[in-house]
Design a protein around this ligand. Structure first.
Ligand code: 5GP
Length: 243
């Protein structure tokens, strides 16, 4: 992934490194896995059917997106007995050269080094627990199925989803889409980004342009895939194996 880093310049101007807000980025596992779930990139099963954390990313007040700041290295023992709690909400969806624990740690190290290191939180554990706490503030991220936002083939517009979230949470979010490996015609929602101010109150995110969000525009139809989008992929792979 890493596409978010291209949205904003990375280096602070005028030495201004005050944090303006944090993005809590939640990922929709099926949209991550139906792209990566092929050959050696096979997601762990079962793929979770709810939003999980991708990262907690600070952005400076002047709009710069800092990454890879000097900070201590994350070591497993720093997470003490909280690893399981963290993994419930923030887990590596696909193996990274090892089992779940190994892959989680690799993902967490990456997120800490790239983004957490610039969060002005000195302790990695505080950073991870903060992300979990913020996600819990959102409670169960449920959509109004009557409004047509439900996993499966139903299509809806980014505008509609942003409005529904605004109704529930009183803030505007950013969305990001990608494409299913097997279907490049309709973008699928992969991320919802919630913004928090430096006091960690939920706040509105500045809108991002259609080309940056990958959803094709506010009025374009997108969908939220369910587990059947993985079966499609599996069938294709199985067919290849059988040849
Ligand atoms: P980013 O650089 O976008 O903050 O983080 C994504 C990096 O973490 C990529 O290298 C990606 O391959 C790796 N990664 C490992 N597990 C996951 C996962 O479950 N979700 C996402 N989005 N990235 C993951």
């Amino acid at each position: 992934m890493g596409s978010e880093a291209s949205e904003l310049p990375r280096r602070p101007l005028n030495g201004d490194d005050e944090i303006g807000n944090f993005f809590l980025t939640l990922q929709w596992p099926f949209s991550y896995c139906n792209v990566h779930l092929r050959d050696k990139f096979t997601c762990f099963r079962p793929v979770p059917g709810d939003f999980k954390i991708h990262g907690l990313w600070p952005v400076y007040r002047n709009g710069f997106w800092p990454i890879n700041c000097p900070a201590r290295e994350l070591e497993e023992q720093m997470l003490k007995n909280k690893k399981e709690d963290i993994a419930m909400e923030w887990q590596a969806l696909e193996p990274r050269g090892g089992g779940r624990d190994y892959s989680n740690l690799k993902f967490w190290k990456h997120e800490w080094e790239k983004h957490g290191s610039c969060s002005k939180m000195e302790e990695p554990l505080s950073y991870f627990l903060k992300a979990i706490e913020l996600k819990k503030k959102l409670k169960d991220l449920k959509f109004d199925e009557n409004a047509g936002i439900k996993p499966g083939g139903t299509r809806f517009t980014p505008k509609k989803l942003i409005e529904i979230i605004e109704k529930n949470y009183k803030v505007k979010v950013n969305l990001r889409c990608n494409f299913n490996y097997a279907d490049k015609t309709v973008p699928q929602l992969i991320e919802i980004r919630f913004c928090f101010n430096p006091k960690f109150d939920l706040s509105s995110c500045k809108p991002i342009t259609a080309d940056k969000c990958g959803c094709g525009g506010e009025e374009k139809e997108i969908l939220l895939p369910d587990e059947t989008s993985l079966l499609l992929e599996k069938t294709e792979r199985d067919e290849k194996d059988e040849l």
